[in-house]
Design a protein around this ligand. Sequence first.
Ligand code: NAP
Length: 310
Amino acid sequence: MAVLLSTKAQAMKAWRDALLAVDPTLDIRMFPDAGDPAGIEAAVVWTAHDMAELRRYPKLKLIVSMGAGVDHLLRPPGPPPGIPVARLVDRMLTTQMGEWVLLNVLRFHRQDPDYRAQQRDRVWRELPAPVTAERRIGILGLGELGTHAAGLLRGIGFPVMGWTRRPKAVEGVENLHGPDGLRAMAARSDILVCLLPLTPETRGIVDASLLGLMPRGGFVINGARGGHVVDADLLAALDGGHLAGAALDVFQPEPLPADHPYWSHPKVVMTPHAASITIPASAAPQVVDNLRRAREGRPLVNLVDFSAGY
Ligand code: NAP
């Protein structure tokens, strides 16, 4: 089976080596050197790959995303009609995101921005002790990433809620779903964590109306996609004093322009879409497994549901 590989130049070799380490018989073609288009049966692509380009391959059976999110692949023109898309569900991606969420929840919970400011000003002052059991965490999205993060937070004593599209039972996590569930959860979230896929339903979900429901002094953590947050509304909530801080990994656009107010905002901590980075050696076994399933006509795994958009 010939596999088209397309990603950032610096990642191409690592991906090729990782896939060949699992299956040395793979015929890997590194984009743009695709060779005979009729030989390509699968495409393993980073989100930037042009979906129109994939219409050149008449025998294409499967598209595999090199990441967990597929919003870039689904936007028009979308994948060639009838071709399934699989995404990554990878232990190392999940672990990294859990760490990033934990880092930022603890940063805000333990008043780290205030203590950093005091250190800068050489102020020796003890702030009131934070109480873990009283700091309510609301997680938007209880999928692979949200469920793992919820477990970590619950494990150290935070009360955790999770919002989903459909009802979902996760041990020790209060589940809310649908529009009413969203409002109810926001109203009780001292820290609101976004781990949703970006779909037409979730774009701009973190807006003034949602933020306004949050308790005063709350925090927002976004590790999902920049498009979930209405930046002007978040900045207004921070500047107006309703929110105390935000931790953001994802932006719109990326890279974030140098003159964007987030860069120098005293209440914002940023990372450059680095909360959870795909490690090819970790992801390769499941990619190869799906390639074999496609070749042998067996059921594929981690498929994207086009009707749901994730
Ligand atoms: P997932 O397993 O597909 O889970 C998505 C969750 O969101 C599910 O619980 C789903 O509800 C919920 N959801 C989707 N649409 C909804 C809606 N309209 N209303 C309420 N809930 C909704 O996704 P994942 O693997 O956890 O990844 C989540 C996102 O993280 C990815 O799509 C990607 O954009 C982002 N991500 C970011 C990074 C980074 O480095 N910053 C890295 C990896 C991923 P149901 O349970 O009802 O289906």
